[in-house]
Design a protein around this ligand. Structure first.
Ligand code: ATP
Length: 294
C-alpha cells in the first residue's frame, strides 16, 4: 500500500530524513515513534505529497513525485489541531466536500463514522476539543480515502476525548482503512498500532510490534508492591511464573513494568487472589541509586 525506498529530506543543513525505507501493507495501523525533531512530521508530509524529497515513494501504487495529485487523493489527513471557520458542523463538511470535489452524499456516512451525527447543526465554536478533532477526521473521510495519515492527533485532547478518538480510528482500521500516525504516547501506540517504526535523527532505527517497543527502548519503570508477610512468598512465586523482572526489598517487591502496561503485575496478583496492601511507582534511576523508601 505504501513503499518508501531511501527517503531523504534536507532542510538547509538539517538532514530531516536520511535514507528511510519501509513498506506498509493495506489494513495495517503503523505508528511513527521518535523524539521531537526525529523526522515523523517530515515522513508524514512526504506521504501527503506536499513537499519534495529524494528517494522513491509509492502510495497505493502511485508514484508520489510523478503522480502527486492522484497520490494525494488516496490519502486523508488529520493534523494535530485543525482550524475551522465558524460554520456549523454540517456547513463545514459541505464546504470541504466542495473543496475536495467529494460527493455531498458522503457527508452523512462521514458524520456517522466519527459519531457526530447528533451534532451536525452545532457551530464549530461550540464543540469540545475532542469533537473538533473528530470533525477533522470526518473532513479527512469525505473522499473515502483508503489511507489515513494522522500527525499526533490526540496530543491536545483530554483523556476521555483521546479514548473516543482512538476508538474511532480503531473502527476505521477494522473496516479496512490503512492508518499511519505519529504519537508520543506509548499506550496509544499499543492500543492502535499493529506495528511501530522508530525514527531517531532522521533514521529508521527500529521496526517492531508495539508491545515490544517499551522493552526494546528501555522504557520501563519500577512498580513497588507491598503485600502482607504471609503472602510474600506467594507473590514472588506468581511474579516469577508470569516472567516479570523483580527485586524483593524488605516488606515490598520492585517489579519492572512497561510504560504501556504499568499495573499488569497488580492484575496478576489479583488473579492469584493475593491481596495487595499498597503500591507506588519508582523511577529506574532512583532504584539504581539504591534509595530506600521504607
Ligand atoms: P515533532 O515531534 O517535534 O513534531 P518530528 O519528529 O515530527 O518532531 P520533524 O518536524 O519531521 O520532526 O523535523 C525533523 C527535523 O527537520 C528537525 O530537526 C526540524 O527542526 C527540521 N525541520 C522540519 N521542518 C523544517 C522546515 N520547514 N525548515 C527547516 N527545518 C525543518
Amino acid at each position: 500500500m505504501i513503499t518508501a525506498t531511501n527517503l531523504s529530506k534536507r532542510y538547509g543543513k538539517t538532514l530531516a530524513l536520511d535514507q528511510v525505507s519501509f513498506t506498509i501493507q493495506a489494513g495495517e495501523a503503523v505508528a511513527l515513534w521518535g523524539a521531537n525533531g526525529a523526522g515523523k512530521t517530515t515522513t508524514l508530509r512526504c506521504l501527503l505529497g506536499v513537499q519534495g524529497f529524494e528517494g522513491e515513494l509509492t502510495v497505493n501504487g502511485l508514484d508520489v513525485r510523478r503522480n502527486g495529485k492522484a497520490a494525494r487523493a488516496v490519502v486523508g489527513y488529520v493534523p494535530q489541531e485543525a482550524a475551522f471557520y465558524d460554520l456549523t458542523v454540517l456547513e463545514t463538511l459541505h464546504f470541504y466536500a466542495r473543496l475536495k470535489k467529494a460527493a455531498a452524499a458522503r457527508i452523512p456516512a462521514a458524520l456517522e463514522q466519527v459519531q457526530l451525527t447528533g451534532h451536525a447543526a452545532k457551530r464549530v465554536s461550540m464543540l469540545s476539543g475532542g469533537m473538533k478533532q473528530r470533525l477533522a477526521l470526518a473532513v479527512a473521510l469525505l473522499a473515502d480515502p483508503p489511507i489515513l495519515v494522522l500527525d499526533e492527533p490526540t496530543a491536545n485532547l483530554d483523556v476521555q476525548a483521546q479514548r473516543d478518538f482512538v476508538h474511532a480510528i480503531q473502527s476505521l482500521n477494522q473496516a479496512g482503512k490503512t492508518i499511519v500516525f505519529s504519537s508520543h504516547r506509548l499506550d496509544e501506540v499499543i492500543a492502535l498500532g499493529s506495528r511501530v517504526l522508530v525514527l531517531a535523527d532522521g533514521r529508521l532505527t527500529l521496526d517492531c510490534q508495539p508491545h515490544e517497543l517499551a522493552q526494546k527502548l528501555g522504557l520501563h519503570r519500577w512498580l513497588r508492591i507491598w503485600v502482607a508477610a504471609q503472602h510474600h512468598d506467594d507473590s514472588l512465586r506468581v511474579l516469577n511464573e508470569q516472567g516479570y523482572v523483580f527485586l524483593p526489598n524488605g516488606h515490598s517487591v520492585y517489579v519492572q513494568v512497561n510504560l504501556g502496561a504499568k499495573i499488569a503485575p497488580l492484575r496478576s496478583l489479583e488473579q492469584a487472589r493475593i491481596p495487595v496492601e499498597d503500591f507506588d511507582f519508582v523511577d529506574g534511576e532512583l532504584l539504581a541509586r539504591g534509595d530506600n523508601h521504607d
